[in-house]
Ligand binder design. Structure first.
Ligand code: NAG
Ligand code: NAG
Ligand code: NAG
Length: 488
């Protein structure tokens, strides 16, 4: 999921309201996680600072292998998750892997409306800081808190907890407080071999969820944000000299699960495009879009970059959100090149009856990015079945159409699945290649220089094909669009 673009205004008003309401009763300093603010101060020296930090501590860098589960099918789980271990003694947590946000949080034992069971087929666990011997609270005057909020929060007194509040682009939100505790992960130590290693990280203990996070039956324990800001787990592990800020995912929507590694990928090689600097998300520059070999005729402003433009690569979103100015010609061209269809709305998706192989009847959609890198989306990726012979389009109309409005295009799991996608924060590039995500890749262990094979994982995941879930996804996106309108 991506974090709302205009969260600043929103966050500030929430800050004011909550501070008044809650200071009296729990005497905690309640603040909002101010997503945009911290980016304002980010500069390009960050990676060199990290590099310095790492060399000072000696080379301990290793490759990490996360156990993956879930799938990107919108009528099924619609999300990918990884298994992590937190606390002492360690407990299992299943967290959605999200390249569109910046912190790790898990549901807290103090939470009233957190999900306690899930239809996804994983056992949920509430995090209890008091039952972990290694946990500690993060206070508002500590470095993590002051750098997250760009200074000391008003009203900060010693021993007040550092609180967080993240609003996601789908209209859901989470709030709670930060804790520091042990995280365990699989360090790659041989071909298809890993050894448990631990580190100490700061993450959110979520005491209140809203929107889909508090109500979904397809729940997991939390979200692990893989954004490039200092607060993400990968940045924290990198600052501690444990990993390099390079990671990759291969999301398998055929068998489920896939590969998620931290560290340098030796093979397969990927073609890369530059990340747009100083953005809140992993943003890349689209140059053109082809449908069945024809280039879509689009106004040039849609390919610009900046706060309200550009293309976000986001593993935490199920479908692909396309601004209306692109959506209309894209759909028109697909319908023009594909078979004659009678479209009908199922919930708010465009759906149709079709017998046979969609890959034979429909055109390929190809996105081209800066650096002549392309990304092909097959009909079986952009169409999903909700029942036998009933298919729906996974392109979601993001609305809005003037040059000044929000023309963000967001490519989620629907487009990213069955590809190895490599995010190299150190070199500021993103690259991908079509790949069999049930197979294996080769990563480099920086400590020894050795190259090891890492295989795919499929954490067990129950499967339920229902239109009800597709409905949920849609309401998420609708809520998101409504919020963008109200904020602009
Ligand atoms: C990131 O962390 C470093 C220290 O590790 C700090 O000096 C820097 O100011 C932080 N950057 C931001 C944007 O908070
Ligand atoms: C990052 O860039 C440096 C310098 O251009 C290059 O030597 C290195 O191979 C790059 N790393 C990766 C993983 O591509
Ligand atoms: C993908 O890789 C797996 C494991 O190596 C293999 O069993 C499967 O046949 C491959 N799938 C395709 C389509 O090549």
């Amino acid at each position: 999921m991506w974090v709302m673009m205009d969260v600043k205004k929103w966050a500030l008003s929430v800050l004011a309201v909550l501070a008044v309401v809650e200071l009296g009763c729990v005497s905690a300093n309640v603040v909002s996680f101010e997503v945009r603010h911290k980016f304002a101060g980010r500069d390009r020296n960050l990676s060199s600072m990290m590099a310095h930090d790492v060399s000072r501590r000696g080379r301990l860098l290793s490759a990490v292998d996360l156990d993956m589960g879930g799938n990107g099918n919108p009528s099924d789980a619609g999300l990918y998750f990884a298994k992590i271990w937190l606390g002492t003694p360690p407990k299992d947590y299943y967290v959605q892997v999200d390249t569109g946000s910046d912190i790790l949080w898990v549901n807290s034992i103090e939470c009233d409306n957190c999900p306690k069971k899930s239809d996804i087929g994983v056992e949920l666990t509430l995090y209890d800081p008091r039952s972990s011997s290694t946990s500690s609270y993060v206070h508002c005057d500590q470095d993590f808190c002051t750098s997250t909020y760009d200074g000391l929060l008003p009203g900060c007194k010693p021993n007040l907890q550092c609180q967080y509040n993240v609003a996601y682009g789908d209209g859901s939100s989470t709030s709670g407080y930060f804790v520091k505790d042990t995280i365990q992960f699989n360090r790659v130590t041989g071909n298809l071999q890993a050894t448990v290693t631990s580190g100490s990280v700061i993450f959110g203990c979520g005491t209140k969820q809203s929107g889909d996070l508090g109500s979904s039956t397809e729940a997991v324990d939390g979200i692990i944000g893989f954004g490039e800001s200092n607060t993400s787990i990968i940045s924290q592990l990198a600052a501690a000299g444990k990993v390099k800020r390079i990671f990759a995912h291969c999301l398998d929507n055929i068998n489920g699960g896939g590969i998620f590694t931290i560290g340098e990928i030796v093979s397969p090689k990927v073609n890369t495009t530059p990340m747009v600097p100083k953005q809140q998300h992993y943003n890349v520059v689209t140059k053109k879009i082809e449908v069945g070999g024809d280039v879509l005729d689009l106004p040039t402003y849609v390919f610009g970059t900046g706060d309200k433009k550009g293309t976000i690569i986001d593993s935490g979103t199920t479908l692909a959100l396309i601004p209306k100015v692109i959506y209309d010609p894209l759909m028109a061209k697909i319908l023009n090149k594909g078979p004659k269809l009678k479209l009908q709305m199922v919930e708010e998706f465009s759906c149709f009856q079709f017998n046979g192989n969609v890959d034979d009847g429909f055109p390929l959609v190809k996105f081209y990015f800066e650096g002549s890198v392309s990304l092909t989306v097959y009909p079986h990726d952009y169409l999903f079945a909700i029942k036998e012979n009933m298919w729906c389009f996974g392109w979601v109309n993001g609305g809005l159409q003037s040059e000044d409005s929000n023309n963000i295009m967001l490519l989620g799991d629907m487009v990213l699945s069955n590809k190895l996608v490599v995010y190299d924060i150190e070199n500021q590039t993103i690259g991908w290649t079509e790949y069999n995500c049930s197979s294996s890749i080769k990563v480099k262990d920086e400590m020894s220089g050795a190259v090891y094979t890492v295989g795919a994982h499929i954490l067990s995941s129950a499967s339920s094909l229902t239109v009800g879930v597709a409905l949920t996804l849609l309401s998420i996106l609708t809520a998101f669009i409504a919020q963008l309108y109200s904020l602009n």
